[in-house]
Design a binder for this molecule. Structure first.
Ligand code: HPA
Ligand code: ZN
Length: 341
């Protein structure tokens, strides 16, 4: 397929984004603008020099910069502007449903109140629902490099806003911080009615995916690249229809894979896994949903059937109710049929 035709097809697909860290959508231009109004001096003297620093050898090198960037977010308006910028961007890419991660501890640890963070994010999400017709779910992620006790404090802080939060996740430095470290707080989160997901098998071993399933009882695995190392696990994921939210550009940028041609998503689709594609931290990894679809399709020579399957899988894997899921899936199928006319 010609590049321009492929791009046009991808643009037109109604898409769902299920793996997105709102702090990772912080574009350098907006970061400088917010830093300026909050009278914070960034360690980089220009947008160009900040972008120059976006070269990572692993997850930790990225996280170090991601947490520094987040430090300029102080007021509710900052969180609102960050979220609104992301939502208008994905609207331009025909993303119609999003499940957004936010990391409260990245902010509460610097003295920003939980309610400041969530109110800014929530108001932008509600505006997008009303004005851009984007449906959403909100997922509060615990930082796994911190203790379970600190995660419990975050759970406690979230309770006044329980109606705004749909689920909890687990992110940050994976190696040395296995899912089992958070068994109790995930159980307590489930008791509050939160749905459960966790990053597992991004850099970490296949055992971490098993732990996320067996100890945390998650309904979805974020990344999960490493599952192909274990046939028994693959069978389990297929039988229980556990989705994997893959992030191809992230995987290349963080050297989880050496090049896009090695990305496991096609093998996963061939095996019948519920694999989906998302952007993770688009401001840091060089692309939003369209760019992730495009680079993956180009490198793996994906055809229209594959693209359709990926788009359908994302709605299937979402937390939309079954009627709305069906509606979106039919729209995806109709779109691909219309391309053949
Ligand atoms: O890609 C990621 N992996 C783990 N933690 C994260 N926090 C933001 N992005 C990521
Ligand atoms: Zn992630």
């Amino acid at each position: 397929m010609e590049s321009s035709e492929l791009k046009k097809i991808i643009q037109g697909i109604p898409k769902a984004e299920l793996h997105l860290h709102i702090e990772g959508s912080f574009e350098p231009e907006l970061m400088f603008e917010i830093a300026k109004r909050n009278k914070i001096t960034l360690a980089y003297d220009s947008i160009a020099s900040l972008k120059e620093a976006y070269k990572f050898n692993n997850l930790q090198e990225f996280l170090d910069l991601y947490y520094i960037g987040a430090q300029v977010l102080i007021h509710e308006q900052d969180f609102y502007d960050l979220t609104w910028a992301y939502l208008t961007k994905i609207h331009s890419q025909n993303v119609v449903h999003v499940e957004v991660f936010f990391d409260p501890q990245t902010h509460t640890d610097r003295g920003i109140a939980f309610d400041v963070v969530i109110k800014g994010i929530y108001k932008a999400l509600e505006k997008a629902k009303a004005e851009l017709n984007i449906s959403y779910q909100l997922i509060m992620s615990y930082l796994r490099h911190l203790s379970e006790e600190e995660a419990f404090k975050t759970l406690e802080s979230s309770l006044p806003f329980k109606d705004w939060i749909d689920g909890v996740g687990l992110d940050s430095s994976e190696m040395g911080n296995p899912p089992s470290k958070f068994t109790k707080v995930f159980e307590a989160s489930a008791n509050q009615g939160y749905k459960l997901v966790a990053h597992a098998g991004e850099e970490g071993p296949v055992d971490y995916i098993w732990e996320a399933l067996d100890h945390l009882k998650v309904v979805r695995i974020d990344h999960g690249n490493r599952c192909l190392d274990d046939d028994t696990l693959v069978q389990r994921l297929i039988e229980q229809e556990i989705p994997l939210t893959l992030c191809p550009l992230s995987n290349v940028e963080l050297k989880v894979i050496q090049k896009m041609e090695e990305h496991p998503v096609l093998k996963m689709l061939d095996k019948g896994l519920l694999a989906t594609i998302h952007s993770d931290d688009p401001a840091y990894f060089g692309g939003y949903m369209n760019e992730n679809y495009y680079e993956t399709a180009k490198a793996l020579n994906l055809n229209k059937e594959h693209l359709m399957q990926l788009a359908v899988n994302a709605f299937e894997a979402s937390w939309l109710n079954s009627e709305t899921k069906e509606k979106h899936i039919n729209q995806v199928r109709e779109y691909f049929r219309s391309l053949e006319l």
